[in-house]
Write a protein that binds this ligand. Structure first.
Ligand code: 5GP
Ligand code: MN
Length: 510
């Protein structure tokens, strides 16, 4: 099947889908699946936007809410992992994965699924040493610490993924790069394009150590990442012999004009143009979840993992799990929040910051019917329920700082799908909150190169590339390092650059 892989989405679903449609037409192919490597930004409404770790002045709602509200429909199955800019309160509802909108599936903190026989795994978040060993204690309303630690990778999810060793997925995704992966590709070229990685590369601090451990344990055929906003390819050989496995790594850029943000790959079983694309749970992964359920922690204290043992690989549960209906039914999506309404008083605000001040922080996480169902079938704990019950959900500094907020009644659950607004196509552009949703696709420079990417990418057999003009990309990167005010940069590009620089210079940076 043909699949598309995207780096960081940053809320630009419509643009990525439009690019995929262009490629399908130009290449006369049918793309069955889109994989997104994090910073997806599945904001349903402004309250979700308040939970995303980005300084207020850089916050944008993006286009996801239209898919959530049913105004737009994802044209192909889309699977994503979380990054460090997410609607973290919403993703917390789905720790073991689930639909966030029709045809758009989140893999959870970690997860493995099956698409027509192709097995895809992923791990959400980014690595930060100080939080790695802690349980998942964060709960909305977040303070400035928990808003960040909520997306930091935890040892339990890595431990679980390592249990897949005997039956690894074909494809793996992580938002940050596996640490040291740069050594397996053209580091010189990477540094020529991203000089500011030099210090981290020298100190071997670029990327996630645990992600590299998983790569070396599972040895998957492919590994895709985002986060560092550059296209970069590498091959990790897992032994000296020709017959030994190797992992083809590809990092992709974020969705911006003239950037290497999308890759088309032909992989796995063939899927005909009229054939149904079927998403299913991976039985081995569910078996691992079951076998490690007792290791779940919602405490901010360290939660050490046991030594590797067959006890946790789930094989003892495999037979009973294979008996279950493993299909993830497309109609099992259920809305759990009221989506953004452009006609509401806050929706009519031309400035995001003002609109954000008109809504309150989410006060809790509601149990999500998809998580409840999966946990019931597997007879495991729903982490959201465990968290709600646990006394130790907030570290001391947070408790001390917290201001009293009025209690909201969250005891009864509504089926909110009945309250969705009537789909409307003609939203007044003046009331549109996204600052980056106005460009004409034709002007974005999404050229399609059928010759394939040059250099390392070509060696890897990534045959169709959306841009391919590697030399132009090189030029652009080196120019943009010299000056931030080059004439070809849109205000949005400049704004994102300023935001990244500001964030990674600040002490709370990731
Ligand atoms: P994000 O979109 O996640 O806020 O930011 C990604 C940007 O931050 C990338 O363009 C990258 O340059 C920078 N960045 C992220 N992580 C690191 C890191 O560990 N080291 C360095 N030097 N830069 C990073
Ligand atoms: Mn990121």
């Amino acid at each position: 099947m043909h699949i598309a892989i995207e780096g960081c989405l940053h809320g630009e679903l419509e643009k990525v889908y439009a690019t995929i449609a262009e490629i399908e037409q130009a290449e006369n192919i049918n793309i069955s699946l889109l994989l997104c490597c994090g910073d997806f930004q599945s904001m349903r409404n402004l309250a979700d936007l308040r939970c995303m770790a980005v300084p207020d002045k850089y916050k944008e709602l993006g286009s996801f809410w239209k898919y959530y509200a049913g105004i737009e429909k994802a044209p192909l199955l889309t699977i994503f992992i979380g990054g460090n800019h997410e609607a973290s309160n919403f993703l917390q509802e789905l720790p073991y994965g689930g639909w966030v909108a029709p045809n758009i599936y989140y893999l959870g903190y970690a997860g493995v699924v099956d698409v027509n026989g192709l097995r895809i795994g992923g791990m959400s978040g980014i690595f930060k040493g100080g939080d790695y060993l802690k349980g998942r204690y964060e709960i909305p309303p977040y303070d400035k610490w928990s808003m960040r630690s909520v997306y930091h990778t935890r040892n339990l999810d890595i431990f679980r993924m390592k249990q897949m060793e005997s039956s690894p997925p074909d494809i793996m995704m992580s938002h940050d790069w596996p640490r040291g992966i740069h050594d397996y590709g053209n580091t010189k070229r990477l540094l020529a394009r991203k000089k500011h990685f030099e210090e981290d590369i020298t100190n071997n601090q670029l990327g996630s150590g645990p992600a590299m451990e998983v790569l070396q344990t599972l040895k998957p055929q492919y590994w895709f990442s985002g986060h560092l906003h550059v296209k970069f390819a590498a091959v990790v050989k897992h032994g000296e012999a020709d017959t030994d496995k190797s992992t083809k790594f590809l990092a992709l850029d974020k969705c911006l004009p003239s950037r290497g943000f999308l890759q088309i790959l032909t992989v796995g079983p063939e899927v005909g143009p009229n054939e149904e694309v079927i998403l299913s749970h991976d039985p081995k992964w569910l078996a691992v979840l079951k076998a490690t359920n007792h290791l779940l922690s919602t405490s901010s204290k360290y939660n050490h993992m046991p030594f590797h043992s067959a006890e946790y690989d789930g094989d003892k549960h495999l037979e009973e799990i294979r008996e279950l209906d493993l299909r993830i039914h497309p109609d099992s999506f259920k809305a759990t929040a009221v989506p953004f309404d452009p006609q509401s008083p806050e929706g009519r605000q031309p400035k995001v910051q003002k609109a954000l001040n008109m809504v309150a922080d989410p006060e809790n996480i509601l149990p999500n019917p998809q998580t409840q169902f999966l946990c019931k079938v597997l007879e495991i704990d729903d982490p959201v329920v465990v968290l709600a019950k646990s006394g130790d959900k907030k570290p001391e500094r947070k408790q001390a700082e917290e201001q009293k907020t009025p209690e909201k009644d969250t005891s009864s659950r509504l089926d909110l799908s009945a309250y969705l607004p009537t789909p409307s196509q003609d939203i007044d552009p003046d009331t549109k909150i996204s600052l980056s949703g106005d460009e004409d696709y034709d002007d974005l420079g999404f050229e399609i190169d059928t010759k394939g990417a040059a250099g390392a990418d070509e060696e890897l057999g990534f045959v169709v590339d959306t841009k391919g003009a590697t030399s132009n990309e090189d030029k652009r990167d080196s120019q943009s390092q010299k000056t931030d005010s080059s004439a070809d940069q849109s205000p949005v590009v400049k704004k994102l650059k300023r935001r990244n620089v500001a964030m990674y210079k600040s002490e709370d940076s990731d």
